[in-house]
Design a protein. Structure first.
Length: 189
């Protein structure tokens, strides 16, 4: 029996088949701004970088590696430097689609995340809702802020602030500050 380590799954998918052309030259790793910032070991997989974000989830199973296709800005630098012109950004988009629209055991978002995105969409459909949401977020965040940042926040942001600081939303939106400045410069009240 021949061990293919999941390569037959890559070969079977016409949109991902191109990943098998990889020479492992490392050009995509050096060009990727995300990979340059975080390094190879933070990916946690045998195949690092942009091509690894395509190959690893397919070879190990999309359920296990569902976060890897999202570890990219899709800037296209990897495609530009690839000597065999592998379209890595397009393959990452294909895998992202499989993760978000695939069967429930593969999907990366739970009902809370989907609800959160629906609320975000609702709040961003009109300027008035967006402004109200910004003021509400600023008001809610103030008790948890230290020095203009949320260092430890309650759910749903607690996972985010465990490893990084989140800036507190401003109380007065930019447009309001800009209009007030214009009025002052024009001498209007």
């Amino acid at each position: 029996m021949i061990v293919d380590n999941g390569r037959m799954r890559l070969l079977a998918d016409p949109k991902l088949r191109e990943a098998l052309y990889c020479l492992r030259c490392g050009a995509c790793l050096n060009a990727c701004p995300v990979y340059r910032k975080v390094g190879g070991h933070s990916y946690g997989w045998v195949y690092p970088g942009p091509i690894g974000a395509v190959v690893s989830p397919v070879m190990s199973g999309l359920k296990r590696g569902k976060d890897l296709p999202f570890a990219s800005s899709l800037c296209g630098a990897c495609r530009e430097v690839c000597p065999v012109r592998i379209d890595i950004p397009n393959m990452l988009l294909h895998l992202r689609q499989q993760v978000t629209e695939g069967p429930p055991e593969v999907r990366s978002s739970g009902w809370r995340e989907r609800l959160g995105w629906k609320l975000w969409r609702f709040g961003n459909l009109s300027p008035g809702r967006f402004r109200f949401g910004g003021k509400l977020a600023s008001l809610v965040a103030r008790p948890f802020a230290r020095g203009g940042f949320l260092r430890r926040s309650p759910p749903p942001l607690s996972g985010w602030t465990r490893s990084r600081d989140l800036p507190v939303p401003v109380a007065q939106p930019f447009r309001d500050r800009f209009k007030a400045r214009q009025r002052r410069e024009d001498g209007r009240p």
